[in-house]
Ligand binder design. Structure first.
Ligand SMILES: C[S@@+](CC[C@H](N)C(=O)[O-])C[C@H]1O[C@@H](n2cnc3c(N)ncnc32)[C@H](O)[C@@H]1O
Length: 535
């Protein structure tokens, strides 16, 4: 049964739209408490139930240079986690572990890739709640719900059932419920004639694969599925709130940061992406330059782990423009603007498990080879609800974003339903698109074999490690230590476990508020590869 509960629904919107840290905090400690603060009941999503879940055989078709993490590379991490190992590894002798390891990494890589399918269900839910390309209903944003509640006055009942789920006639249910049901109906109608709407086409294919679009009684099943999907995401976010509240209760901000850093470890893997983490990265890079930790023109090889794809993301992503990836371009832009990289020799590699992300970048490259530019839309919600304000530095970042790699062009016009937006768009020169090479790689279980002179000067990973527990994060660190050059940096907005026996050590962190809304900002933790190469 579906029920809207205002505080819960409000939280649902906020937790997914504001940055995932409370300010100020310190990097996380590795401890039993941080581990137990992690989200969820320990159950992994059932990847086998999903048609797109990868089998280990599929995972063995690796991109050139990509290898599974070997037991030799992982053994120090495994030993250091002796008391906290996953059940499948616990209690095995070293010889047994070594024998079992190749099977373990392949199976878990397949399981991780299977989590993308559940992430697609989250995107489907976001499209129904926030999309404007198939409906003229308002977006079900936190502020819309708040306004409606104020207008109607609190009825003091807490939960209100949706008409569809509870059999309440629509005219008797409140405005929020009516909008949800209206959106769902419009979405189902639009699926029948999606035209060139790429998001609807994608979701039609997704729902077809699951058997929801056949004629007849499936129509009702689709409605039930969409409602259940909404209910599931709502319950998940409720659970995340409880985890964060429990961590906050301890009074130690590090516990909350630790909880946030593994918060989505049992959730489906989403592709969503937004502008502001790239502002935090630019500030972090500026500080590394100021402190002499990175020199001008010293960044030549960059990796972006999990660049993501803007499909329709809660309050900060919209569906009135083509799907886009923004992080690789915005990081490149910052590196040029700060003088850390030179256009003559910057190479960027994106590392992602998502075929959608990898294909999107490969197609952008193919177009760039034909001299076609890449246009990036940069909408900014403005003014912010409830008289909140962007920080002057965040606004200045938005105004300048992309100008070191392209030119301003006329942005696409949003529909009225998209709400108050300031708009910019940037046309990125083909030679800058061609700097980027996508590689299919699962950074937890795989690495890219690189000769010492080819290793990355800088690796970026925002809103990616939070999908993993501490053991998986430590395995990723073992992979990364061989991919980053001595003295090179990994910048991430998630705290990684401490005391992991790899040559990546925390070298500092920066804090960037985005607006005067509570908790709206990011910490970027700077991990540095030890200056001497142990190989
Ligand atoms: C929520 S998006 C973050 C996008 C972007 N970094 C940002 O902060 O806006 C997570 C991204 O990480 C990717 N990802 C998740 N797990 C990964 C893994 N083990 N290896 C490589 N990429 C991964 C997802 O496919 C997706 O592109």
């Amino acid at each position: 049964m579906i029920a809207f509960n205002k505080p819960m629904f409000f939280v649902f919107c906020m937790i997914t739209s504001v940055a995932l840290v409370t300010l100020p905090v310190l990097p996380q400690a590795r401890s039993a408490s941080s581990k137990s603060a992690a989200a969820g009941d320990g159950q992994k999503p059932n990847s086998a139930a999903h048609p797109s879940a990868h089998s280990s055989a599929q995972s063995d078709k690796l991109s050139p240079g990509v290898h599974f993490l070997s037991y030799a590379q992982a053994s120090a991490v495994i030993q250091s986690f002796a008391d906290e190992l996953p059940a499948e590894l616990k209690g095995r002798s070293a010889a047994e572990l070594e024998k079992f390891w190749p099977q373990y990494v392949r199976e878990h890589d397949g399981e991780t890739r299977g989590r993308l399918e559940q992430g697609e269900e989250d995107s489907l839910n976001n499209l129904v709640l926030f999309g404007t390309s198939f409906t003229s209903q308002p977006r079900l944003s936190a502020e819309f719900i708040e306004q409606q509640e104020k207008a109607q006055g609190s009825r003091g009942q807490g939960e209100k059932e949706t008409g569809a789920a509870a059999g309440v006639p629509q005219e008797n249910s409140d405005a929020v419920v009516r909008v949800f049901v209206g959106r769902m109906n419009d979405f189902i109608r639009a699926l029948k004639a999606p035209g060139k709407n790429e998001r609807l086409l994608y979701m039609r294919h997704f729902l077809e694969r699951r058997g929801y679009l056949a004629a007849g009684p499936q129509q009702q099943q689709l409605r039930q599925y969409l409602l259940a999907n909404f209910q599931r995401t709502r319950q998940e976010f409720d659970k995340y709130q409880q985890v964060l509240a429990a961590a906050r209760k301890s009074g130690d901000p590090r516990n909350e940061f630790a909880a946030r850093s593994t918060l989505f470890q049992t959730r489906g893997v989403s592709l969503d992406t937004s502008l502001m983490p790239n502002f935090a990265l630019e500030q972090a890079l500026g500080q590394l330059l100021e402190k002499g930790l990175l020199a001008k023109a010293s960044v030549r090889k960059v990796a972006i782990i999990g660049p993501g794809l803007d499909f329709v993301d809660k309050q900060e992503g919209y569906d009135f423009y083509p799907q886009q990836t923004i992080q690789p371009f915005l990081v490149m832009d910052s590196l040029f603007r700060l003088g850390l990289a030179q256009p003559s020799d910057l190479r960027m590699t994106t590392l992602d498990i998502s075929a959608r992300v990898n294909d999107h970048i490969a197609q952008a490259r193919a177009r760039a080879r034909n001299q076609q530019s890449y246009v990036m839309q940069l909408p900014l919600e403005s003014p912010l609800p409830n008289n909140a304000r962007w920080s002057p530095a965040a606004l200045a970042y938005w105004k300048a974003a992309g100008m070191a790699i392209g030119n301003s062009v006329a942005p696409l016009a949003p529909p009225r339903e998209a709400g108050p937006l300031q708009l910019r768009a940037v046309k990125i020169a083909p030679q800058n698109v061609l700097r980027i090479t996508p590689v299919d790689l699962d950074v937890v279980y795989q690495n890219l074999e690189l000769a010492p002179g080819q290793r990355f000067d800088l690796v970026i990973a925002t809103n990616m490690f939070t999908y993993y527990g501490q053991f998986e994060q430590a395995l990723a660190m073992a992979n990364l230590e061989n991919m980053i050059r001595p003295g090179g940096f990994l910048l991430t907005n998630n705290g990684l476990p401490e005391n992991v026996p790899v040559a990546l050590q925390q070298a500092g962190f920066s804090t960037t508020p985005y607006s005067d809304r509570p908790s709206d900002g990011d910490h970027i933790i700077w991990y540095r590869r030890a200056a001497s190469d142990k190989q």
